[in-house]
Design a binder for this molecule. Structure first.
Ligand code: ZN
Length: 316
């Protein structure tokens, strides 16, 4: 890992050097340049920016976020930015190390999750025992944006970064952040009200441990069927045990996730005689969703519809 870091730094230095030679061809960027890692940060930052700053996302569309590591050209993008925003050290364990190697005194780095409230990720292992999932050594759940009060804290922290990097446009940034937070508060209220009338409160998720914060906030019982979250197919024994678990839970739907092929979830659901609905963790967007300019709020509205269907919630 250390060696990989050194190699990345050497390639980075070479690319910066060669890029410097071609400087005359490059048009200077206008306004504050902001680089973000994951989609929620990108969407929050571009809303705060309005037309006063240029915001880009490091993660290419459709790329798996948990195993992503920046390439040398990404490091050049960061080194030329005025603001770099990442989620937290559990989601992007590479961020702090990479940043310390970048020679740009004007670059401001924002750990968007620094004021968030964290919880550990619990999952059931192959034998049905509860334990911590391996998001780094801490077992901390990095998906903080799925608790909308945490998301509002992230907006505040990102706003502070914008104001520090570009105080002249502070008024616009403040106004945009305020509108964003009131949108989040309204979303939170709709989730609370819509999910208070469900027949089941068991959220059985055929994927990695993503929705712990959301489940905790709205008093749902969350089970991530992590046995099917890896690339390898689960054993026949594990599948049979999962099918038994789904049948005995009394739930009518299994939730699939956007980062995995739904094939295994569909097979499981078929075996257990239940339906499948989709939940989106909002880590990243597909190329299609990006082209359609889908927002964080669009994804959360879709999720709420799917939750209402999957948990059989009645309209109030
Ligand atoms: Zn995740």
């Amino acid at each position: 890992m250390k060696c990989r870091g050194v190699i990345l730094c050497l390639v980075y230095c070479f690319l910066v050097f060669t890029a410097g030679c071609k400087k005359a061809d490059v048009k200077p960027a206008v306004g504050l340049q902001v680089v973000t890692t994951l989609f929620p940060l990108y969407d929050f930052a571009r809303t705060i920016a309005g037309d006063k700053a240029q915001v880009t996302m490091l993660l290419p569309p459709g790329v798996e976020p948990h195993t992503f590591e920046p390439k040398p050209e990404d490091m050049i993008r960061i080194s030329r930015a005025g603001l770099f925003i990442y989620t937290n050290k559990y989601m992007e364990p590479w961020a702090e190390k990479i940043i310390s190697g970048i020679d740009n005194r004007k670059l401001r780095v924002v750990n968007a999750g620094e004021r968030a409230t964290y919880h550990t990720a619990l999952h059931e292992d192959e034998h049905g025992h509860s334990g911590e999932e391996g998001h780094g050594r801490s077992g901390m759940d990095p998906h903080i944006w799925l608790d909308f009060t945490n998301a509002a804290q992230m907006v505040d922290t990102i706003l502070d970064g914008f104001i520090a990097a570009d105080p002249g446009n502070g008024g616009t940034y403040r106004q945009n952040a305020l509108a964003l937070k009131s949108h989040l508060a309204a979303l939170d209220e709709r989730y609370r009200s819509s999910l208070s009338t469900c027949i089941t409160r068991k959220l059985l998720h055929g994927g990695h441990y993503t929705f712990g914060y959301l489940a905790r906030r709205y008093n749902l019982e969350y089970h991530a069927l992590s046995g099917i979250s890896s690339d390898s197919e689960p054993s026949a024994e594990r599948m049979a045990s999962l099918v038994r678990g789904i049948r005995s839970s009394g739930t009518k739907f299994l939730f699939a996730e956007e980062l995995l092929s739904p094939r295994l979830t569909e097979t499981l659901a078929q075996e257990a005689g239940v339906g499948v609905v989709m939940l989106h963790g909002a880590h990243n967007l597909s190329r299609d969703d990006l082209a359609r300019q889908v927002t964080f709020f669009d994804l959360m509205e879709r999720n709420l519809e799917q939750l209402q269907k999957g948990l059989q919630c009645r309209e109030k």
